[in-house]
Design a protein around this ligand. Structure first.
Ligand code: NAI
Length: 248
């Protein structure tokens, strides 16, 4: 039996990258997977097939996590299709970097809406279901820059700090209902999101990592599996850094 057998997980923004790695790891541990992304294209359909190969139920849903009504609608649809929601991973995220002096209101709003409001949207829609089930695990994908801040990423860092405080608050509000909430703060993880960074930036990051390598999506997925499973049944309101020991 897998660590997540019989559970249903919702993972936002999981057509690729860290979200996809989490969905695959969860499926390998026996969870049924409902994932969302902006579009469900051929690539996302291939992800569905990879998930189904583990012998679990899997479906991709096109949904903009930043839009409140869309999130409510897709959660209702997932609940109808899967019958339960035991794990929620708020993973969808974007960057629109820039120094504060040059940051537009649009850059600020986009990042806050996609990275932080999306988590509110999904938590708002999923927690009534989890409360009826008397159990649930919520995982917010934050970032080390949400803990330490980062020049040139004020919008992103603020959104990720918000993800940590949101998880801690939900842990306090809903712990008595059997719902746990935690945040993961990845460091430098090698995905499409970081592929566009300049070699100079990547070299600077590498110097700060004691383990002397960038992380993989699997490194994050392993911790997300711990937090989703009963192995962490007494862990709530925490933020776990998955960053190779990075000292920012
Ligand atoms: P990625 O860019 O490879 O994947 C993000 C996924 O989210 C994409 O499939 C994208 O289409 C989807 N998405 C974007 N906006 C969306 C929306 N409004 N609604 C639904 N889906 C949406 O990014 P990656 O690297 O896999 O990051 C995943 C999460 O981990 C993000 O929240 C990111 O901020 C966080 N993170 C990543 C780090 C890294 O080094 N790659 C470090 C720390 C945190």
């Amino acid at each position: 039996m897998g660590l997540l057998t019989g559970k249903t997980a919702v993972v936002t923004g999981a057509a690729r990258g860290i979200g996809k790695a989490i969905a695959l790891k969860y499926a390998s541990e026996g969870a049924n997977i409902a994932f969302t992304d902006l579009i469900i294209d051929e690539n996302a359909e291939n992800t569905v097939k990879e998930l189904e190969a583990f012998g679990v139920k899997a479906k991709g849903y096109a949904s903009n996590a930043a839009v409140f009504e869309e999130a409510a609608r897709v959660v209702a649809e997932i609940h109808k299709d899967f019958g339960s929601i035991d794990i929620l991973v708020n993973n969808a995220g974007i960057t629109r970097d820039g120094l504060m002096m040059r940051m537009s209101e649009q850059q600020w709003d986009m990042v806050i809406n996609v990275n932080l409001k999306s988590a509110f949207n999904f938590i708002h829609a999923c927690t009534p279901i989890m409360m009826r089930q008397k159990q649930g695990s919520i995982i917010n994908m934050a970032s080390v820059v949400g803990v330490h801040g980062n020049a040139g990423q004020a919008n992103y860092a603020a959104s990720k700090a918000g993800m940590i405080a949101l998880a801690k608050s939900i842990a306090q509000e809903l712990g008595s209902r059997g719902i746990r909430a935690n945040a993961i703060a990845p460091g430098f993880i090698m995905t499409d999101m970081t592929a566009s960074l300049s070699e100079e930036v990547k070299t600077e990051w590498a110097k700060k990592i004691p383990l002397r390598r960038g992380g993989t999506p699997q490194d994050v997925a392993d911790v997300a599996t711990f937090l989703a499973s009963d192995l962490s049944s007494y862990v709530s309101g925490q933020v776990i850094q998955v960053d190779g020991g990075m000292n920012m």
